[in-house]
Design a protein around this ligand. Sequence first.
Ligand SMILES: C[S@@+](CC[C@H](N)C(=O)[O-])C[C@H]1O[C@@H](n2cnc3c(N)ncnc32)[C@H](O)[C@@H]1O
Length: 352
Amino acid sequence: MSDQLTKLAYHTLQQGKSLVGLAHKEVSSRLMDLLSPEVSARTVPVPPALLAMLQASMNRLLDRDWQEAEQGLYPASLLFDAPWFDWASRYPLVWLDIPATWNRRRERKVRDLPQNVDPAAYPEYYLQNFHHQTDGYLSDHSAALYDLQVELLFNGTADPMRRRVLRPLVQALKSFGDRPPGCLRVLDVATGTGRTLRQLRGALPEAQLIGLDLSTAYLRQANRWLAELPGELPQLIQGNAEALPFAEASLQGATCVFLLHELPGSARQAVLNEIQRVLEPGGVLVLADSVQLNDSPEFAVPMENFRRVFHEPYFRHYIEDDIDARLTEAGFEAIAAESHFMTRVWTARKPL
Ligand SMILES: C[S@@+](CC[C@H](N)C(=O)[O-])C[C@H]1O[C@@H](n2cnc3c(N)ncnc32)[C@H](O)[C@@H]1O
């Protein structure tokens, strides 16, 4: 396929994903107004000018995504990479799950978790139904629906946002250029179902990749997806990002995507401290999470609506938190940040 044709195919695919995401949200919120009006969140209306800004920002993200593939930072095939048939077959399950979600919202049940969960095995802040999700992060059912739910939420831009960690990571790892690529170890903290590891494998085909998460169910799902990829399998480890099971200075790179907004401030700091500890001097951390009020004041309304619609107990604190200051406190330097649509990406180095 010629480059122009591939580009057209990519933009068409993204438009399709965006339409599906918008239609899903519109239909489900209308149904909620009709069948369960007491559950409807009072969201702030989004004025047309803001909608246009969001659309323009999303288009810039997609242009960047295409350009970086074209420059060879990762294979263009990654832009089309998704388990389409699997998602299509799971889509009815998303709908079947919606009434249970409404119920939890109505009854303000935010700790509605499977009976077999041992609370002593997890931090207290984790034992909740983030996004009112059935079973929180603690079942195969939740893990089976997660990727699709995130795609619908972000109108198909979740992976393009995750891929923004690749350029700063690959650039920073060049400082270890004297080592064989197979000796570089990169950890994805809170890897969930492994979507970021998939992107990392595209950009770093030979590196040793490791994914860590608290949820064994999500890691089982990650294992299913990652086992399909050619090359070395990423290693998956169940553990708490606040107490990483790695020796000091044993890794050259780390990523952490969409975790910080789900942690209380003290845990956020503890995770950054731990990542700093396990990185080798000169090693790089690339963080990606929601944009914040300081860097994207124009998106204050979508941020507020996200908090009102979903159970995200630490989001309000997160969007006002000073992540640069936390990175400095953890001992990082050369901190830089940039925004891509609804995601902020920070890069930071452990001093030599
Ligand atoms: C919003 S999801 C993001 C998952 C993934 N990074 C992605 O991009 O889809 C948050 C993830 O963080 C994990 N998590 C939350 N607190 C954690 C902790 N203290 N240690 C390790 N994982 C944690 C959850 O199990 C969940 O998989």
